[in-house]
Ligand binder design. Structure first.
Ligand SMILES: [Zn+2]
Length: 411
């Protein structure tokens, strides 16, 4: 989530813009839900108990000294028009579809597009000399050494991948845990940066289930790039490897986009690209079939709630995607052309997942370096739609339309 906070000085009209680049990953939180449905993190009576709700099976698990509902798994339902979901869930090695010779926006293969996008990022990364130990990691005393090592490895990969576009030797990463509320509040004061709420409040909220949020920002003095990250002492999720490349890419965006005074940045580009790169860098070695990345996107589908009903529903976006027309795709993305501000609720339009799908299509077809040239174009011209058309050779409307068949495969 990107937030511009404006603090007005009474004595002058100068506006101080404090840029918060992201809440890396909004873990489903449950406090606003009054439904009797099992919602992740809410209390349940007995460990091991299960409940099926809206095509998800939830299990009651122990968390500390409480028992809470887990995030649930999707229950398979057969879809006659989708041959992939008809394959037996027990089949450990499904036959892969043939790899297309050449991918275009008119030919976004349901299986290979994501894989090819990830390969393009990682083959570029592997063509570079690895850079190590740039940036300082500051961790709370409670943060386990192995958590810090994991983040160091992910940070080194991220620094290397984007070294041609952004590098700052003074950057900092602050890592804390779900048990570090006071430490994290003090760290924000000591090391700088800003966050819309108290960090300790966010830790409390996220810790109902799993504390794994991050936010990238700039430290006040010297505008040092910095990101903060919560890690959970009760165990980390395998998808947490997404967070560091996601947050790091926000720092790259800060340099290429906002540092040049460009602030009209569509939220689908902003959060969607960070989400795509988070999976492309964080999951690649661990995701040979692309399933982990797709499942991760689908975990974010709950955010899609355009009428702001407050009910978390993973099926709603799937329903929209399953039969989406080219014109429907235009309507789906248009609300995501807005820029995230302090007061906007753009996540209600599914910017993380929909933006990630659009980004992976662009990277798969045009490659990592062309995508990054598009990001660099923001420093030259304050017109993202013209930049898009100039770089990719089609209008943004035509791009949305061409995404429709691919979006249907993500239902
Ligand atoms: Zn983000």
């Amino acid at each position: 989530m990107s937030i511009f906070q404006e603090a007005k000085d009474d004595n002058c009209v100068m506006k101080l813009k404090v840029l918060i680049l992201s809440l890396g990953l909004l873990v489903p939180t449950t406090s606003a839900l009054a439904s009797a449905a099992p919602s992740p993190g809410s209390k349940c009576s007995k460990s091991g108990q299960t409940k099926i709700y809206k095509q998800r099976k939830f299990t009651c698990v122990k968390a500390g000294n409480k028992t809470v509902w887990n995030k649930g798994v999707q229950v398979k339902i057969s879809k006659p028009n989708n041959t992939q979901s008809n394959s037996s869930p027990k089949d450990p090695s499904p036959t892969l579809p043939a790899r297309p010779d050449r991918l275009t926006l008119d030919n976004l293969d349901p299986y290979w597009t994501q894989r090819i996008a990830m390969e393009k990022v990682n083959s570029y990364l592997r063509s570079l000399n690895a850079i190590k130990d740039v940036g300082k990691i500051i961790s709370s005393p409670k943060t386990p050494k192995e958590y810090v090592q994991t983040e160091r490895t992910l940070l080194d990969k991220s620094v290397t991948l984007w070294s041609k576009y952004f590098m700052n030797e003074n950057m900092k990463i602050v890592i804390f845990t779900n048990e570090d509320s006071d430490w994290a509040d003090s760290a924000l004061i000591e090391h700088g940066g800003s966050f819309p709420n108290k960090v300790s409040d966010e830790i409390k909220k996220q810790s109902q289930f799993n504390c794994n949020f991050g936010f990238a920002t700039l430290a006040d003095q010297g505008r040092t790039p910095i990101y903060y990250m919560c890690t959970d002492l009760r165990g980390r999720k395998s998808s947490d490897t997404h967070n560091t490349p996601h947050e790091y890419f926000h720092l790259v965006q800060q340099k290429l986009v906002w540092a040049n005074g460009f602030q009209e940045f569509p939220v689908w580009l902003h959060e969607g690209s960070a989400t795509f790169f988070g999976t492309a860098v964080g999951f690649f070695d661990d995701d040979p079939t692309g399933k982990k990345s797709l499942d991760f996107y689908k975990e974010l589908y709950w955010q899609y709630d355009p009428d702001n009903t407050g009910v978390r529903n993973f099926e709603r976006l799937k329903g929209v995607l399953s039969s989406i027309s080219p014109e429907g795709a235009v309507k789906l993305y248009e609300p995501l052309e807005k820029t995230q501000t302090n007061n906007s609720n753009l996540h209600l339009f599914g910017h993380y997942a929909l933006g990630a799908i659009a980004t992976e299509a662009l990277v798969a077809v045009y490659g990592f370096e062309t995508y990054m040239e598009f990001m660099q174009d923001f420093s030259k011209r304050n017109d993202w739609k013209a930049n898009f058309e100039n770089r990719f050779g089609l209008s943004i409307q035509d791009f949305y339309k061409k995404l429709a068949p691919y979006l249907r495969t993500k239902a």
